[in-house]
Design a protein around this ligand. Structure first.
Ligand code: PGA
Length: 234
């Protein structure tokens, strides 16, 4: 399978005009690249406006419809053409109090709808210092994947929290070790992405050396030239 290069725009850019400009620059830059699948995860409201690249959502809610102010269902995302949905990004967990059980409900709902969940896992700096990384990953994976019938349909993104948005990416060797640990923990052959200050100058290490199946790119995905370079390294 082709490596998956996923842009997580988070709550950026600030206007439709800029979102369209960024999207179109990326689209133009990657149109001849066949070695990777490029996915854009913009804020929800831009999703119906962006056409011509594979789309993903940054989050979803597990209920089908009803009185859930502010939430977006998976059916809505499917109708708009999303193929992928992030579940349990560390910012959702930390800033919005998402628990492993919530993440699990999201993963199950995304799978039920026939979309592909990207389950995000990773340790904080403190957990890493206390050598609790494996414990954290185990819990996030075990609970996140409860009742999932075919785990191979889930993509896992290993995103050490201390590396996200810090400009301090994880060493390729350490990331590779974590990738192998995750693969063992889920005991199935699943696709695993790396995320955390991924850039054009380190992408090759994760993809070629550590053997990740793709990247989840935050900050660098807002710079079309940089992002296209990342897609090009695959
Ligand atoms: P970053 O974000 O590339 O800006 O570190 C990655 C992510 O949060 O998915």
């Amino acid at each position: 399978m082709k490596p998956l290069i996923v842009a997580n725009w988070k709550m950026n850019p600030v206007s439709i005009k800029e979102a369209e400009k960024l999207f179109n620059s990326v689209k133009h830059g990657v149109e001849d690249i066949e070695s990777a699948e490029t996915v854009i995860c913009p804020p929800f409201i831009y999703l119906p406006l962006l056409k011509g690249l594979v789309l993903g959502a940054q989050d979803c809610y597990w209920e089908e419809k009803g009185a859930y102010t502010g939430e977006v269902s998976v059916a809505m995302l499917k109708e708009i053409g999303c193929k992928y949905v992030l579940a349990g990004h560390s910012e959702r967990r930390k800033l919005f109090g998402e628990k492993d059980n919530d993440v699990n409900k999201k993963v199950l709902t995304i799978l039920d709808a026939g979309l592909i969940p990207i389950l995000c896992v990773g340790e904080t700096e403190q957990e890493r210092e206390q050598e609790k990384t494996e414990e954290v990953l185990k819990e996030e994976l075990e609970i996140g994947l409860v009742d999932v019938r075919d785990v191979s349909k889930v993509i896992v993104a290993y995103e050490p929290i201390w590396a996200i948005g810090t400009g301090n990416p994880c060493d390729v060797e350490e990331a590779q070790r974590m990738k192998e640990i995750i693969q063992k923990m889920v005991s199935k052959n699943i696709r695993i992405l790396y995320g955390g200050s991924a850039k054009a100058n380190n992408a090759e290490g994760y993809l070629k050396q550590a053997g990740f199946d793709g990247l989840l790119v935050g900050g660098a995905s807002l710079d079309p030239k940089e992002f296209v370079k990342i897609v090009n390294t695959s």
